[in-house]
Design a protein around this ligand. Sequence first.
Ligand code: COA
Length: 214
Amino acid sequence: MTSGDPALARAVAPLAPPGVLVAVQRVAGTQSESLMASEAVMLADAAPRVRQRSAAARHAARRLLRRLGVPPCEILKDPAGRPVWPTGIVGSLAHDDDYAIAVVAPSSAGLGGLGVDIEPAEPLPAEIVHLVLTSAEHRHCGGDLLLARLLFVIKEAVYKAVNPADNVFLDFHDVVVDLATGQARTRTGRTVAFAATIQPRLVAIARWTPIAGR
Ligand SMILES: CC(C)(COP(=O)(O)OP(=O)(O)OC[C@H]1O[C@@H](n2cnc3c(N)ncnc32)[C@H](O)[C@@H]1OP(=O)(O)O)[C@@H](O)C(=O)NCCC(=O)NCCS
């Protein structure tokens, strides 16, 4: 489900595993009025552009929650910046300058956590490749800086999937990505499955299950 870009809709739909809903929303097409009252208060000090990105993500999330029968509700943030979902829902938000994305699932889907990230399909700056990739990942990318940025996106999605449960800061090298198996392993011992696309934007959806993920 997408507002604004059919090609992006086609690309992200297959990334969502069974039971997970995904929606993309164009930032430019979103009014800050999409924020509910307490969200607007929460974001009062944010720059207008940041507020609009967060509004777009919440607009997308509420469309999905409606499909799950959840009435319109605020999606606030905890003190660490993590989104607070209604009881019985797991989810994740992300936004870049142009698009926001939301993923949600009911707890009946059996997921311990969900994470999502989105970035423009542009190469990772060469000077930060060593910060993001382990040496094995670096070898795998073989100088392909767009692929390197995809790994960046996957690692961020993995972080968002595990951080609400683990509350542990992870560096990029604390998440090791295996593109061949579609699984990442965290320093804290979680195995996180992911699906990702490169075009028309870099998008990754990560999830773990309480049994398989530990
Ligand atoms: C969480 C984090 C990855 C978000 O990345 P970002 O580039 O700032 O922003 P994104 O657009 O990708 O995502 C923003 C959304 O992430 C969500 N988020 C923020 N902190 C989160 C956390 N700890 N866990 C899960 N989700 C989080 C929020 O919903 C936020 O949107 P909102 O502000 O509108 O509510 C980043 O802020 C962070 O804490 N990084 C430190 C850890 C890290 O990146 N390690 C390297 C990868 S392992």
